[in-house]
Design a protein around this ligand. Structure first.
Ligand code: CXF
Ligand code: ZN
Length: 363
């Protein structure tokens, strides 16, 4: 099958014919219909986060089940699915206490055992499958705990986005922060995740949704998604501007870039008792400094991973929201790229030209 392979960090990916094996115990073979292009992949391309190479990147995907391995009961051939990059086992402390996104049980990722043959190879040599998936490829063998069935009428190119940015952004608001009606929200960074933080804040009926970015075109996207106010941080101090708009700071500030300075700003723009929610992927070795005295004001800084998703419940629900017109997915997609144009897709993202781009892989 065809796949985009990253051979080494800071190099363009190349399209290769690679081999994929059959699904073994607890695994599912999925034909990739579409993959989103997410900023997190870029961290690994740029070496800001470590990953072994060669690797097939891509972790925001939807497709159709082609074949299941033995013991698989949840899906069958023909089922449309969204992929999860945090497969769950269903039995561990995290899974049974409502946080399946935090599951670290190796059996969730490798149900056929750590010694099973590699799922994908190139000229017979193992290739790494990024985030248990590697969706810049025509097919994926993934664990059963890494797929979620979606409604049959859900367009799979839009469903792909639910697999990362939409779940991460909306989930950060509804699941992690639990914003309630009338509260005020700021979001720093209006890329794929930040725009979905805005959608989450709209769903939560936040009273003010303040979008902050350094690019006017991205602030325009933010308005389309429901931001009530915008701040261009290239022209003014974002913290002061938020204080000026709200008087004493927002209830919640979401950091959706993965930038240390923005995380500190998020903390500084919440009111006493407010919460900064770190959604973006910080560089692997980074540390964040915040003023210690602010803790006497009960300010909080919390992490949010994958929108604290209970994905078998949340993702079909988000698809239903889309089908009912309650969330916008079409508007998120700025461009479509062929698999062979994958490097161009990342270049456009680096330049801030796109909200989200999609790589349609099969019909
Ligand atoms: C990332 C987190 C690290 C693995 C891939 C996905 N999250 C969102 O983009
Ligand atoms: Zn992502």
């Amino acid at each position: 099958m065809k796949a985009a392979v990253l051979h080494a960090v800071n190099q363009p990916m190349t399209i290769e014919q690679i081999e994929i094996r059959k699904p073994l115990h607890g695994e599912v073979l999925v034909r990739t219909v579409a993959s989103g292009v997410c900023h997190s992949d870029l961290h690994f391309i740029d070496g800001l986060w470590p990953t072994p190479t060669p690797v097939v990147l891509g972790h925001e995907a939807a497709g159709v089940v082609e074949e299941v391995g033995d013991g698989v009961t949840y899906v069958k051939a023909g089922d449309p699915v969204v992929l999860s990059f945090a497969p769950f086992c269903g039995n561990c402390r995290d899974c049974v206490t409502g946080s399946p996104h935090l599951c670290t049980n190796p059996s969730a990722r490798f149900p056929a055992g750590a010694g099973a043959a590699p799922r994908i190879t190139w000229n017979g040599n193992p290739v790494n499958q990024f985030a248990n998936m590697g969706s810049f490829a025509e097919y994926m063998v993934v664990p059963e705990g890494g797929v979620v069935k979606v409604p049959k009428d859900m367009p799979l190119d839009k469903a792909a986005l639910v697999g990362c940015s939409v779940m991460t952004g909306i989930g950060a608001v509804l699941n992690t922060a639990k914003v309630v009606e009338g509260e005020t929200v700021a979001v720093i960074g209006t890329g794929g995740v930040g725009l979905n933080v805005i959608q989450g804040a709209v769903l939560a009926n936040a009273s003010r949704i303040i979008a902050i970015d350094v690019l006017d075109n991205k602030l325009e996207y933010a308005k389309q998604m429901g931001a009530t106010h915008t701040i261009n941080a290239a022209n003014e101090d974002a913290v002061k501007a938020v204080q000026a708009l709200t008087g004493f700071g927002v209830d919640y500030a979401f950091e959706a870039i993965g930038n240390v300075k923005a995380a500190t700003q998020a903390f500084n723009m919440v009111r006493r008792g407010g919460t900064a929610v770190i959604v973006g992927m910080m560089p692997f070795t980074s540390t964040i400094e915040v003023p210690g005295a602010a803790f006497l004001g009960e300010k909080k800084m919390i992490g949010s991973f994958y929108g604290s998703t209970r994905f078998r419940v949340d993702m079909p629900r988000l698809c239903e929201f889309y089908l009912a017109g309650k969330i916008k997915l079409d508007e998120l997609v700025t461009r479509r790229y062929e698999l062979g144009q994958i490097n161009e897709a990342f270049d456009a993202m680096k330049k801030g030209e796109v909200a989200r781009s999609i790589v349609p892989i099969s019909a």
